[in-house]
Design a protein around this ligand. Structure first.
Ligand code: WTA
Length: 635
């Protein structure tokens, strides 16, 4: 395990320099020492960002589930792999050992095969945070099917778009899901989606809530009876290093979501190596990431990264506020959680509550805290540090993206001195650049620009499913020979990075990426709406909230504004899901536009943020008078 843990800052710089000077040698050593391969690679890496084309560990053969499960069986077969904490604290937690996980994944893999799923087929997984979600993901990987997990908060329309975009053959879902006191009819949502998804041949249904649901004959089947009959032996499919492992959708600047495609070998190597170093995972630790497996954080740091390290990974079905605001801390005490990884939104929400919700519990097991998904503000950082970490657990503020597959900027705990709001230093092997708008790299310290990555890393997405051109256009066309992240960042006097936020049409609300285009498309479908524009504005819990400026079709639209607002949000809920609902909706006579007809979002953002003192020069607008009218009625 020579170079697996980074011990001190000097060693970090030493390893970092090596990873930049000789990236191929560096990653080859990691791949050789820490994973099992069916066949060795013939070439470590090949790249050409002008296409873009990237391949790691070319021609190697492997199965990621042999790395995440099988190889642990003889050394830690009885160790808990997945620790499932149900929504209801009265329901018993489940400790699924590596042996049991192996058996359950093999059975599930055999069920999938029996249902005709073959290597390369796409399987849509629409499940709550129950063990079957992780098991389904792993079972797909075992047989070489490409999983496409869709977060179970997405609406039926959003689900259908994702199923059709990558031609899924099967959906795995449940009769329902629990969220605090609510139950959600997941199967009903799936049924609605499938009215427009002719490619779906079968639906496997996990029993969770016991709600009564409709089973369509010839298409839908309960999963359990199939598992009961299935063999618990399954030979893992041998995959090529570059075979796609999964597709995961993320928002973009058009209404169509982007299906990011991740590879097998590079993804495995990078998520495993980052997991161990960034969370300082030790053999007896209990690691808990509160994300949902429906997002990249769950893929990389609940399932693959932790399991590749033989870790115990907690899967939490519930929400931070049920049965009360102390739930997270109750679970930390109960399972003696050592690493806790969450989103700033959750921290801000809990920080608003009485400290007694925290102080009731013994949090002394915690060693490392993490945040992900959005910038953390200073106040929330201090609250987390003081009250949860008791000033002794380093906070790793990890910056990364669905597209990057793994963590790209982060402190190494006990190694990198942390500064609130700074994600600090690039991870090993990650070569960052800050660019100005003219495409020049900003050198030196104390600069601010667009965050780019100059060199491939093993877990980068390889393409957008079915649209390689869009992959190039979105990420590789803005700056020559670089991957452009869509974020802005600052580099300070010591070389630390601070993410300043998105510089494109994506808004991060409660850590979820939302594209303005799909939301506007949803609103514009309302019969009374002529045009709309969405911007983000600061929100003390969610980080950003959404503000919609909406032009109605008929002047004097007779319905009450309140009703229209409700209908618009309903429309968004149906098209995307409740996460994309607007906090504020203002009906406006027009939208500020440039002479070429482009909406000036910069002005709308200022109005939404109540920063109207300095709007800049608006005289060049097509319709400057509209700005005054909007400001007058701003909410
Ligand atoms: C934002 C989540 C500031 C950023 C893993 C990025 C962050 C987008 C941080 C990706 C952080 C993520 N500090 N901003 N530590 N982490 N972001 O694809 O804007 O859901 O581009 O991946 O979240 O979101 P995604």
């Amino acid at each position: 395990m020579s170079n697996y843990y980074i011990k001190n800052l000097e060693e970090y710089f030493q390893i970092y320099r090596k990873s930049v000077r000789e990236p191929e040698n560096f990653w080859e050593e990691i791949a050789e020492e820490h994973f099992v391969w069916r066949k060795r690679w013939t070439n470590v890496m090949r790249w050409d960002f002008s296409k873009p084309e990237v391949a790691w560990f070319e021609n190697a053969k492997l199965n990621i589930t042999e790395n995440c499960i099988d190889r642990h069986l003889h050394i830690r077969g009885d160790k808990t792999a997945i620790l499932f904490e149900p929504n209801d604290p009265a329901e018993k937690a489940q400790h699924i050992s590596y042996n049991q996980l192996h058996e359950r994944v093999c059975k599930m893999a055999n069920v999938l095969k029996e249902k005709g799923v073959e290597k390369g087929d796409r399987v849509c997984i629409y499940l709550p945070m129950i063990p079957e979600l992780a098991i389904s993901v792993l079972a797909c990987a075992r047989i070489g099917a490409i999983h496409s997990v869709v977060f179970a908060g997405f609406s039926s329309l959003a689900l259908a778009t994702r199923i059709n975009d990558c031609d899924c053959k099967m959906v795995i879902t449940s009769d329902g899901s629990y969220r605090g006191t609510k139950t959600i009819d997941l199967k009903g949502i799936v049924d609605q989606s499938l009215e427009t998804c002719p490619g779906i041949k079968s639906v496997l249904v996990v029993k969770r809530t016991g709600a009564s649901i409709v089973m369509e004959k010839g298409r839908d089947q309960w999963l359990q009876p199939l598992l009961d009959k299935a063999s618990s032996k399954n030979k893992a499919e041998i995959m090529d290093a570059e075979d796609p492992l999964f597709i995961l959708y993320t928002s973009g600047s058009t209404g169509k979501p982007k299906g990011m495609v991740h590879s097998s070998a590079g993804y495995m190597v990078f998520t495993a190596y980052t997991f161990k170093n960034i969370f300082n995972y030790q053999e007896d630790d209990v690691y808990w990431c509160t994300a949902d497996i429906g997002w990249i954080t769950g893929h990389s740091y609940i399932v693959y990264g932790p399991l590749a390290n033989g870790a115990t990974t907690v899967m939490f079905e519930g929400i931070p506020t049920y049965p009360d605001h102390g739930r997270f801390w109750e679970v930390v005490e109960k399972h003696k959680v050592t690493q806790f990884y969450t989103a700033p939104t959750a921290i801000r929400a809990l920080a608003k509550e009485n400290l007694s919700f925290v102080d009731k519990y013994d949090l002394s097991s915690l060693k490392v805290l993490g945040t992900v998904g959005e910038p953390i503000n200073e106040e929330a950082w201090h609250w987390y540090n003081n009250n949860i970490g008791k000033n002794k657990s380093p906070i790793v503020d990890t910056w990364w993206q669905t597209e990057t597959g793994g963590i790209m900027i982060s402190p190494i705990p006990f190694v990198t001195p942390t500064t609130p709001t700074f994600a600090t230093l690039p991870f090993i092997g990650v070569q960052l650049a800050l660019m100005d708008e003219r495409g020049q790299e900003l050198m030196g310290k104390q600069v601010e620009g667009r965050l780019c990555i100059k060199y491939p890393w093993p877990s980068m997405a390889r393409t957008i499913w079915g649209d390689h051109k869009r992959y190039y256009d979105t990420y590789f066309s803005a700056f020559e020979n670089m991957y452009f992240t869509g974020d802005g960042a600052k580099r300070d006097a010591v070389g630390y990075y601070r993410i300043t936020g998105r510089v494109d049409d994506v808004i991060i609300v409660s850590g979820h990426n939302l594209g303005t285009a799909p939301i506007e498309d949803a609103i514009n479908e309302h019969p009374a709406v002529a045009e709309s524009a969405i911007v983000g504005f600061p929100h003390d819990v969610k980080g950003n909230a959404l503000y919609g400026f909406v032009i109605l079709k008929e002047i004097g639209e007779s319905r009450k504004p309140e009703n229209l607002r409700k209908e618009i949000n309903q429309q968004i809920t149906e098209h995307i899901g409740p996460i994309a609902k607007l906090d504020k909706i203002q009906f406006v006579p027009g939208l500020p536009k440039t002479r070429s007809g482009k909406i000036m979002r910069r002005i709308l953002r200022k109005i939404a943020s109540k920063e109207t003192d300095n709007l800049g020069d608006i005289s060049t607008l097509l319709n400057p008078e509209v700005v005054k009218a909007i400001i007058k009625d701003a909410l």
